[in-house]
Design a protein around this ligand. Structure first.
Ligand code: NAD
Ligand code: MG
Length: 354
């Protein structure tokens, strides 16, 4: 039975081994002690690349590249699956030479992660080059992110979302908001600096609280006029400056449907790239022992109403395509599983049925 860390050869104390066995986490714990796990090593390596320009420049020569064109990711359809090709530095060079562009282009790329073996991954937007030529050369197509996220697998969709968010941030932060002078990105793209003012800008996300309100037996779902027909989701809203998550949740529920939150509990969070990089903080909220009549803010919402368990369970199973009825009305359906709203609704159903 191995009881040594693979990297430092330190042995594990017996109590830790026993605990690991009982937690069924033995396999992983036996291979790496906490400070030498693959994960820790990977995070430390990525952090070094962000801090050290020359190391990162060197990493670009052995890294792989995900391509975008005006913020649309490059996908290749193989049989029924959509894959995201990763190009080697040599392949990138070949493509850029085709356009008589120099390798300086590689410097525009941003670091988005690395493999367990420390092969760094970069994202690069080739928006200034002819799209159809690249597509024909690489046998695939640049696809709108709203479509791409829902056709690739789960890990790839979060990678695409964060890569696009970082590229978008660089594209819109090319000038210092104090001096108006150009800002310069570090090689990894983890920050931009204005050399005139000395200000460093870091990529940002806007915090949004998403709240699934329940009265104990029903949950409240709403529609904005811009939503596809029949789609309902949980209430949400951007955090105002200085607000805590709890304060945003209470304010948004009061503003949008005129109810007062009695208790609130956190569920999970998710980066959401639309319209531009939100950090979705998902919570369940209970409104009870008060007036449960909805007073909807029609400036923001088109409809808000209570849903019973059965209607929610049916809505979760419904595909958008099958929502339209013969009379032209739409039956309710909910956001797909990639959206954290889906997770909140699923959790609520589990709470009701357990
Ligand atoms: N992933 C999911 O499951 C999920 C579900 C619902 C909503 N969302 C996202 O949550 C976000 C916010 O939802 P909402 O529309 O209910 O918010 P909201 O209720 O705060 O209303 C949006 C309005 O808030 C204002 N606003 C304040 N701060 C803003 C900021 N930093 N950026 C943009 N606008 C700001 C604007 O006037 C905007 O029109 C949307 O981007 C939406 O895509 C994601
Ligand atoms: Mg809202």
């Amino acid at each position: 039975m191995p009881a040594f860390c693979r990297f430092c050869r330190d042995s594990f104390p017996l109590v830790l081994i026993m605990a690991a066995i009982y937690q069924a986490a033995y396999r992983r714990a036996a291979l790496f002690c906490r400070s030498h796990s693959t994960y820790v090593k990977k995070m430390r390596y990525l952090n070094k690349l962000k801090e050290d320009d020359s190391l990162c420049r060197q990493a670009q020569t052995s890294g792989t590249f995900y391509l975008f064109h005006n913020l649309s990711p490059f996908l290749r359809k193989v049989e029924e699956k959509y894959l995201i090709p990763q190009l080697s530095a040599a392949e990138m060079k070949r493509i850029l030479e085709k356009f008589k562009e120099t390798e300086q282009w590689i410097e525009k790329s941003v670091l988005i992660g690395c493999s367990d073996e420390h092969v760094p991954h970069f994202a690069l937007d080739l928006g200034a080059l002819e799209r159809s030529v690249i597509e024909a050369e690489l046998k695939g197509s640049f696809t709108d992110l709203r479509k791409a996220l829902f056709v690739v697998d789960e890990d790839s969709s979060s990678l695409l979302a964060s890569a696009q968010a970082l590229l978008r941030w660089h594209d819109s932060h090319q000038y210092c908001s104090k001096t108006g002078q150009p800002t310069q990105k570090n090689v990894a793209g983890s920050k931009r600096v204005c050399h005139a003012s000395g200000i460093t800008y870091y990529p940002q996300m806007s915090p949004v609280v998403i709240i699934l309100v329940s009265d104990g037996s029903r949950c409240l779902l709403a529609r904005q006029p811009s939503f596809p027909q029949g789609m309902y989701t949980a209430l949400s809203g951007f955090c105002d400056i200085g607000e805590a998550v709890e304060e945003t949740a209470r304010r948004e529920v009061a503003e949008e449907v005129g109810l007062e939150v009695e208790s609130l509990w956190y569920s999970a969070s998710q980066h959401w790239p639309f319209p531009s990089s939100c950090l979705m903080i998902a919570c369940h909220a209970l409104v009870r022992g008060q007036q449960l009549e909805i007073s909807m803010n029609s400036l923001e919402l088109e409809e808000a109403r209570w849903f019973g368990l059965e209607e929610v369970m049916e809505g979760l199973k419904r595909e958008p395509k099958s929502a339209k009825q013969d009379n032209g009305n739409f039956l309710p359906w909910f956001p797909p599983k990639q959206a954290i709203a889906h997770q909140l609704i699923n959790e609520w159903v589990k709470q009701q049925t357990s």
